[in-house]
Write a protein that binds this ligand. Structure first.
Ligand code: ADP
Ligand code: ADP
Ligand code: MG
Length: 660
């Protein structure tokens, strides 16, 4: 076994790999970018090496630098984690050439599965059903149009070199095909450096079910059962579980047999995942989609239902050992479910968010596991993806596992950054989800219920106002730092102004000798510390957690979380109306990133909501739209430009004929 390994990754997965290495007595080496000097994975490692500036291509994707670092410190092997260089055949080869072990499959296997078209051809030959479609070399519109007609609409265009749900377009009608092709090619070229696409039959009510396989260098191949990853947004997984609800033993047998056949067909070694798509109303109709030649984000659910440590298996296989168990020694026991907690705003089309982690408390207990790469005080920047951590729950059966997950998600405290916690908690509590009525459209189909904002009630408003009042009585920036004389508000009621979701709200708070009066409710302080306060209100005790970041307040009461803007006691300054004179609107970068496309030309007439630019940040593309009707007056960037947050990208002169 190795005595020292380097982990070429960051975030929760780097921490996860280190935990097993430590248990096995293997020393760990972290690499980090300038943005990650304070990161959790750096502090957990035995040694850490700075490998470059924040952008991934200058650090976590710099293979030469990473291999040199491993040689320098005397590591014998490199674990790539997932993402970054994990599916880069050139990197795997360079690691081996440098005399180090790559903790992953051979370069040849990565290569064979790297392109979705070639993978489908190869796997079909192995006798595994693949999604019907076109994966030929010819890429001209005429050929693809003919192919799509033959497959039958709806069809799905995929980037041949794609991943992470990018470069995919669903097309309903023949007349929309050529435009969808153009935009899929553009995204594929910019994201993967290759514009080639394939076309598949689009399954309308599918489930994503994948099989975990493992192979060693002694010719043994086993599976570790399946995972259901049907809960997705943007074609990316958010909730995953094992086993797949409603999968019969007979179908499970066919699916795992197919996965093993696929792994054997490419002489696979190490951990791999064969992804299938199945018809939700008849899981027996399943098709190969792609193979991921690495450890998967959702591997913990497999660990919890098999009792095995997948990273340990990866290390043993890479060190040349035999698989620790034969197929008949691998049992499926109970149920496990994982939720990916992401820094993103589901209400704004799942836009990734940046910001500080001011509060981060995740319940612990039987059947609960947290894999996270953040700590309180971490700063989520725009250079990497939005995954903060994963909460995993297990139980004797699905009901127990899901119930535990819901409760833990509800009780999790997170402040300082928008997240998908509410969505995850609501999805896992949803009656249809509980009943196993799931498919990849679940989140979109239930969006109204899953994404509705939680209204603030009188208690929440009163607590917000009280927070401001306590803050006001002290000059300390921390709202709870006031000591004894914090009640000197006087008997005059103070008016506190807030804004949430674009709407203003005013709360009247009057100090009384025994507490406060707020909109006819009586408040009494029971206890408080820096960020928590317990009050008695309308005869009930309520504990709230409150954090401030500039003018933003993060309030959590029980399972309810809000982000509110505090406007002080004077409220919003009156809006000054520019009478006459041209109005100009500026489209600015919401976060630092790279311009991938400019979709308007100088002088073009644009309408509000029309997409004028596309920006890539945090592994995703963001559409930036005009907010007024008018003419494009200036374009200040071109594709490929790196821009900072707030940078002016494009100006629009308002159309004087349209009232805005
Ligand atoms: P999975 O099927 O395991 O979900 P994805 O293709 O969604 O696979 O990617 C795996 C994970 O790898 C992502 O969720 C993300 O956390 C990470 N990742 C991938 N590429 C990058 C990247 N360029 N930068 C940062 N993280 C990345
Ligand atoms: P990626 O490499 O981005 O992970 P995949 O081919 O694995 O791409 O597909 C990602 C997701 O897109 C799937 O989990 C599924 O939800 C959806 N999807 C892929 N192929 C199809 C299809 N033929 N019909 C319907 N949905 C599909
Ligand atoms: Mg996939």
């Amino acid at each position: 076994m190795f005595s020292k390994i380097l982990i070429a990754n960051r975030g929760e997965i780097a921490c996860r790999v280190m935990a097993t290495a430590r248990q096995m007595g293997i020393a760990t080496v972290a690499v980090y970018s300038e943005a990650d000097a304070q990161a959790r994975h750096v502090s957990l490692a035995d040694e850490a090496i700075l490998i470059g500036p924040a952008p991934a291509r200058d650090s976590y994707l710099n293979s030469a630098r990473i291999i040199a670092a491993a040689k320098d410190v005397g590591a014998e092997a490199i674990h790539p984690g997932y993402g970054f260089l994990s599916e880069n055949a050139g990197f795997a080869e360079a690691v081996t050439k440098a005399g180090l072990a790559f903790i992953g499959p051979p370069a040849k296997a990565i290569q064979a599965m790297g392109a979705k078209d070639a993978a489908k051809v190869l796997i079909r030959k192995a006798g595994v059903p693949v999604v019907p479609g076109y994966e030929g070399e010819a890429q001209d519109d005429a050929t693809l149009t003919k192919a799509a007609a033959k497959i039958g609409y709806p069809v799905l265009i995929k980037a041949v070199m794609g991943g992470g749900g990018r470069g995919m377009r669903r097309v309903e009608r023949a007349e929309d095909l050529s435009e969808a092709l153009a935009s899929a090619r553009r995204e594929a070229q910019s994201a993967f450096g290759d514009a080639a696409v394939l076309i598949e039959k689009y399954l309308t009510r599918p489930r994503h079910i994948e099989v975990q396989v493992f192979a060693d260098t002694h010719g043994q191949v086993v599976h570790l059962y399946e995972r259901d990853c049907s809960l997705q947004r943007r074609h990316q997984k958010v909730i995953e579980e094992a086993p797949a609800p409603g999968l019969t033993d007979a179908t499970r047998k066919r699916m795992t047999d197919a996965a093993i056949a696929a792994a054997k067909a490419i002489d696979y070694v190490g951990a791999g995942t064969i992804e299938f798509i199945a018809e939700a109303d008849n899981l027996d109709n399943f098709y190969f989609m792609e193979m991921n030649t690495r450890l998967q984000v959702e591997h913990p659910v497999t660990e919890m239902v098999t009792g095995l440590d997948l990273v340990e298996w990866q290390l043993r296989v890479a060190a040349g050992e035999k698989l620790p168990r034969a197929q008949n020694q691998i049992e499926l026991c109970g149920h496990a479910i994982e939720a990916r907690i992401c820094a993103e705003d589901p209400a704004r089309d799942f836009r990734p968010e940046t910001g500080p982690i001011l509060d981060w408390q995740v319940p612990q207990g039987p059947g609960l596991r947290l894999d996270a790469g953040i700590v309180e005080g971490s700063e989520i920047g725009s250079h990497y993806d939005s995954l903060l951590g994963k909460l995993i729950a297990s139980g004797a059966d699905r009901h127990e596992a899901v119930t535990r997950l819901t409760a833990a998600l509800q009780a999790t405290r997170l402040a300082g950054i928008a997240s998908n916690l509410d969505l995850l908690a609501r999805a896992s509590a949803h009656a249809d989800f509980r009943a196993g009525r799931i498919d990849t459209g679940f989140i979109a189909d239930h969006a109204a219920e899953l994404l509705a904002p939680t209204p603030l009630d009188d208690t929440a408003w009163a607590i917000l106002a009280l927070g401001e009042q306590l803050h006001l009585t002290t000059n300390d920036p921390s709202p709870w730092a006031a000591s004894d004389n914090w009640r000197l508000g006087g008997p005059v009621p103070l008016e506190w102004h807030f804004e949430i979701g674009g709407e203003d709200h005013t709360v009247l708070l009057q100090t009384r000798p025994d507490g406060w009066l707020c909109e006819a409710q009586h408040l009494r302080l029971i206890s408080r510390d820096e960020h928590a306060l317990t009050v008695e209100i309308a005869g009930a005790q309520v504990t709230a957690h409150l954090h401030a970041d500039g003018g933003t307040r993060w309030l959590q009461i029980g399972a309810d979380r809000w982000r509110v803007r505090a406007l002080g006691t004077f409220g919003r300054p009156p809006v000054r109306k520019d009478l006459g004179g041209a109005r100009t609107s500026v489209v600015a970068a919401p976060m630092p990133g790279r311009i991938v496309a400019v979709q308007a030309a100088l002088g073009d007439a644009v309408a509000p909501g029309q997409i004028v630019l596309r920006l890539e940040a945090m592994k995703m593309e963001h559409n930036l739209a005009a907010d007024i009707a008018g003419k494009v007056a200036a374009i200040l960037v071109s594709p490929g430009d790196q821009v900072v947050e707030g940078a002016e990208l494009l100006r629009i002169d308002a159309d004087p004929m349209v009232a805005t």
